[in-house]
Design a protein around this ligand. Structure first.
Ligand code: HEC
Length: 339
């Protein structure tokens, strides 16, 4: 909930400056100016607001090479309902922003804002050339810039974010507990009393196998394939392709640590030596399994991630191949002993 106090601050910050809009909070939807969303310090709009927490998940989505910065805001006195560790529920008033910097320039800042217990608003703000103001994008279709980078349309947000139990994707137990997570990690959120049921162990590592390359590959597909779509919440039920790490693969019911061997993770079981679901994919990539141990060129999860055009994954917004990220996947597959 936007409190009258914040509203007043926002008005004070914006009034009196000809360059800044007056922040009128719309009754529904998002304000048209990013400056009015609460991301910045009202006294110094060049700084992030003191009550907004920067964070980086331990594994992240490839965004065609953009550098990204993420921020989370929880209303004062609230906490995240973590009673289902795999399906966090956020308090009304929660906001998450993600900034995209392409070739050293701020291009867009995306926002998910939970208006009521049942309603989220989402959209992206496009920065002006000087990097001084950003306006809510209302274009009906994605905007592909000269660099080839695409700013997604509002209608595209939920095509990936429906995969979150409560819209947000990287703000989840697994990603925030991994060693590379920064800022508002699972540990720091627990320490600040922001989780209703913090697990006893707040750090985890993805299991490794004899190849020494499993954890990197599995973490990559978790963020890039599992978080948005290929989970039991998304397409997983239909396709039985589940690439999202589940909290109960890491934590026992009492919150203590419960490591699962690589060969028992959904990501392994649903891919290794498993044929594709659809006839069209089988025809397009003859003889390929989802993962063919020892041969990434016969492994669908690598083939489609390392492809742009028909059959590419993810199927929207991205136009550039992630060589480094898909390289983690091919390195693991090639190191797996062939049958
Ligand atoms: C191709 C899938 C995809 C699309 C399309 C997409 N997102 Fe995301 N988004 C993700 C994933 C995966 C994450 C988490 C990983 C990360 O942050 O790198 C994420 C993270 C975010 C975050 C940080 C909070 C969180 O959920 O982890 C925000 C804010 C966000 N997206 C906003 C948007 C908005 C707004 C749109 C539409 C304009 C959008 N996204 C479109 C996949 C997508």
């Amino acid at each position: 909930m936007r409190t009258p106090w914040m509203f007043a601050l926002c008005l004070t910050a914006c009034a009196g400056s000809p360059d800044r809009p007056v922040c009128v909070e719309p009754a529904t939807g998002l304000p048209s100016d990013l400056a009015c969303t609460g991301l910045y310090n009202p006294d110094d709009p060049t700084q992030i607001a003191a009550d907004v927490m920067p964070y980086t998940p331990g594994v992240t989505l490839w965004s065609d090479g953009a550098e990204k910065h993420r921020y989370l805001y929880l209303p004062p006195g609230s906490m995240i309902d973590t009673s289902a560790q795999d399906a966090w529920k956020f308090p009304a008033g929660t906001k998450a922003w993600k900034e995209f910097v392409v070739d050293g320039k701020l291009v867009e800042t995306r926002l998910f804002s939970k208006r009521t217990d049942a309603t989220w608003d989402s959209g992206t703000y496009i920065w002006d050339a000087a990097g001084s103001a950003a306006t809510l994008n209302t274009a009906p279709k994605g905007i592909v810039l000269d660099s080839g980078y695409e700013i997604p349309a509002q209608k595209d947000c939920d095509k990936c974010h429906h995969g979150g139990s409560d819209r947000l994707l990287g703000v989840e137990a697994v990603a925030l507990a991994l060693p590379d997570a920064q800022g508002a990690t699972l540990t720091s959120l627990a320490q600040q009393g922001l989780l209703s049921q913090p697990p006893a162990t707040t750090t985890i590592t993805i299991p490794e196998d004899a190849t020494g390359k499993a954890a990197a590959a599995i973490g990559y597909v978790h963020a890039n394939c599992g978080m948005p779509c290929h989970s039991s919440r998304g397409l997983g039920d239909e396709t039985k392709l589940v690439l999202r790490l589940r909290a109960d693969e890491f934590w026992a019911a009492d919150g203590s640590s419960k490591p699962t061997p690589v060969t028992q993770l959904d990501t392994y079981v649903s891919t290794v030596n498993q044929p594709p679901t659809t006839a069209a994919v089988a025809q397009q990539f003859p003889g390929a399994f989802r993962v063919t141990p020892g041969d990434h060129t016969k492994s669908l999860i690598w083939l489609v991630a390392h492809l742009r055009g028909n059959y590419q994954m993810p199927p929207l917004v991205s136009h550039a191949i992630d060589e480094a990220g898909t390289g983690k996947v091919s390195a693991w597959i090639d190191a797996l002993p062939p049958p």
